[in-house]
Design a protein around this ligand. Structure first.
Ligand SMILES: CC(=O)N[C@H]1[C@@H](OP(=O)(O)OP(=O)(O)OC[C@H]2O[C@@H](n3ccc(=O)[nH]c3=O)[C@H](O)[C@@H]2O)O[C@H](CO)[C@@H](O)[C@@H]1O[C@H](C)C(=O)N[C@@H](C)C(=O)N[C@H](CCC(=O)O)C(=O)O
Ligand SMILES: Nc1ncnc2c1ncn2[C@@H]1O[C@H](COP(=O)(O)OP(=O)(O)OP(=O)(O)O)[C@@H](O)[C@H]1O
Ligand SMILES: N[C@H](CCC[C@H](N)C(=O)O)C(=O)O
Ligand SMILES: [Mg+2]
Length: 483
């Protein structure tokens, strides 16, 4: 790419651009290849400007940075007001094609589920489709584990190009608040975007709920574009604000839910592992047997159907597809039933609203006690620990407080912060022992939710990650009880 192209691609002033061009782009000096443009970004742990000289030694042909960055190198330095956005737009241009119909979803909870459901609806409509998010990239013939919910822009645009080359025409991706704030998805051409809900999360990164909300709304006010469909779940406490933001951005707002106008939820009958959903769309009533438990999955199904319809799938096909939908791995995932009939689920609730939703979801079909095993992550917002303790004490009958990725923190101190809000709980730091104890204590009619890790396959303590799977541990505990 010519440096002079940066005016059209990233809006940079033409007089400040050097002669010549570059062959690749990266924001990580460790990944620089000869001929690359190095983008120096101020980050949360270090400043990319400190590595500009290294990048030049490795063959970077220019450095792009913020107006005030201190960079002294022998190669040209290009200044941009928003270097993160410039990086994303350049990556989009460099890597080229994207699946022609991309949709993105944001919200505190439900993103992985909505992306997974939307991919399945596309697939059932006969389209070649991908999902990109917390559980990686999933597409026909492709399965890539992901480290981040929203990959960094260079990785993301490379993934999109690879998918497009592989013939994938449709994609559903998660837009995390970090991803939106750090401009990781800038440059993705979106056909539609969705919003599920907002609750307390990531307050270790965002200064307060308002700025967290503002990051989420970048999806509509900056990325989606005027006139494009914004599918918004209408029954959340933050729905009205999200609707206002999308309307102010000129999006075509399509609301879904009990208060929804595009898809209106009329009635839900809960059964143990499925629910019968009656809804109306465009004057027609549809009755769907959704093969998943939990009210929150109805919300996710509505947002997914809304996104798929907004992206061109026939409504009848979209609603029909919901009858065959599979939950995302580790989201209210039924692991098994003990001999006495008690059921065990693994769920990814690691934040207050999610824990509340999942415990409320299992209550209607629990004739005995609701039990929960959970902990809170280390090096993450400590404010959520007592809140999650309080939720467990209010909504579960048996509470086991354990470890969930203590990372660099003292695990006992994390547990103590939770225990303070749920004094009747049993504290068992060793997660394996906590799961075994909880499963062994189950009686007929009970439901156990093992919350917090979902699809994860590791436990990180003091910088060391050891293999750990709630699925495997729950299955092992169930077979021991049966033996
Ligand atoms: C807080 C956060 O989001 N950090 C992400 C961010 O790092 P950063 O920009 O703060 O980078 P930094 O480490 O301070 O370094 C600054 C710059 O120096 C560069 N550098 C650094 C060292 C070096 O030797 N050379 C060099 O050039 C870095 O590449 C970077 O450009 O950009 C990096 C590259 O994309 C990410 O890997 C990193 O994710 C960290 C590991 C992380 O844990 N992120 C989590 C919190 C996250 O993003 N989560 C969300 C939400 C999850 C959800 O709820 O679903 C997600 O989307 O996954
Ligand atoms: N619509 C919803 N409303 C409230 N809680 C939900 C909803 N959907 C899922 N949950 C809860 O949140 C957990 C995570 O769901 P999911 O992975 O779909 O969301 P996410 O937004 O991708 O989360 P993360 O940001 O952690 O990746 C689920 O296991 C469940 O406990
Ligand atoms: N993307 C989230 C996942 C948290 C999962 C939970 N198991 C924990 O470790 O807190 C984060 O990194 O904050
Ligand atoms: Mg996710």
């Amino acid at each position: 790419m010519r440096f002079s192209d940066l005016t059209a691609v990233a809006g940079l002033a033409p007089d400040a651009l050097p002669e010549g061009g570059f062959s690749g782009v990266t924001a990580d000096s460790r990944l620089v290849a000869a001929g690359d443009l190095f983008v120096a970004l101020p980050g949360s742990t270090t400043d990319g400007a400190a590595f500009a000289a290294d990048a030049a030694v490795k063959g970077a042909v220019a450095v792009l940075c913020s107006p005030d960055a201190e960079v002294s190198v022998d190669v040209p330095v290009i200044r941009a007001e928003d270097p993160r956005r410039a990086l994303a737009l350049i990556a989009a241009k460099l890597y080229g094609p994207q699946p022609e119909t991309m949709v993105a979803v944001t919200g505190t909870a439900g993103k992985t589920s909505v992306a997974a459901f939307t991919r399945q609806i596309f697939a059932q409509a006969g389209l070649k489709a991908a999902a990109i998010g917390t559980t990686g990239v999933i597409a026909p013939g492709v399965s890539i584990e992901g480290a981040l919910t929203t990959p960094d822009p260079v990785k993301l645009h490379r993934i999109l190009a690879d998918l497009s080359v592989a013939g994938i025409t449709h994609g559903a991706m998660e837009a995390s608040s970090h991803g939106l704030d750090q401009r990781r998805l800038d440059g993705v051409e979106l056909a539609a975007a969705g919003f599920t809900n907002l609750g307390r999360d990531h307050l270790d990164y965002h200064p307060d709920m308002e700025s967290y909300f503002a990051s989420k709304m970048r999806l509509f006010d900056t990325l989606l574009g005027a006139g494009k469909p914004a599918v918004i779940f209408a029954d959340d406490a933050w729905s009205a604000r999200a609707i206002d933001a999308a309307q102010a951005a000129g999006c075509d707002v399509l609301t879904v839910g009990r208060k929804g106008a595009f898809i209106t939820l009329k009635r839900v009958e809960h059964e143990q592992h499925k629910q019968v959903v009656e809804l109306t769309h465009d004057g027609e009533t549809h009755r769907i047997v959704l093969p998943l438990a939990g009210d929150f999955q109805v919300a996710n199904a509505l947002v997914s159907a809304g996104l798929a319809i907004a992206a061109g799938v026939a409504p009848k096909t979209a609603f029909g597809a919901l009858e065959h939908i599979e939950g995302a791995p580790g989201r209210l995932d039924l692991i098994g039933t003990a001999r006495n009939g008690a059921v065990v689920y693994v769920d990814y609730a690691h934040k207050p609203e999610a824990l509340e939703q999942v415990l409320e979801a299992v209550r209607p079909f629990t004739t005995g006690k609701v039990a929960v095993v959970f902990g809170c992550g280390g090096d993450r917002d400590p404010g959520k620990r007592p809140i999650m303790g309080e939720i467990a004490s209010r909504l579960a009958d048996l509470v086991y407080v354990t470890d969930d990725n203590p990372r660099s923190e003292d695990p006992a101190a994390i547990r103590a912060a939770i225990m303070a809000a749920v004094p009747g709980a049993t504290e068992i730091g060793d997660r394996r022992a906590a799961i075994r104890t909880a499963v062994a204590a189950l009686s007929t009619g009970d439901t156990l939710v093992i919350a917090g890790k979902g699809h994860e396959t590791g436990q990180t303590t003091g910088g060391v990650t050891r293999h750990f799977s709630d699925h495997e541990e729950a299955r092992a505990a169930l077979s021991e009880v049966a033996a």
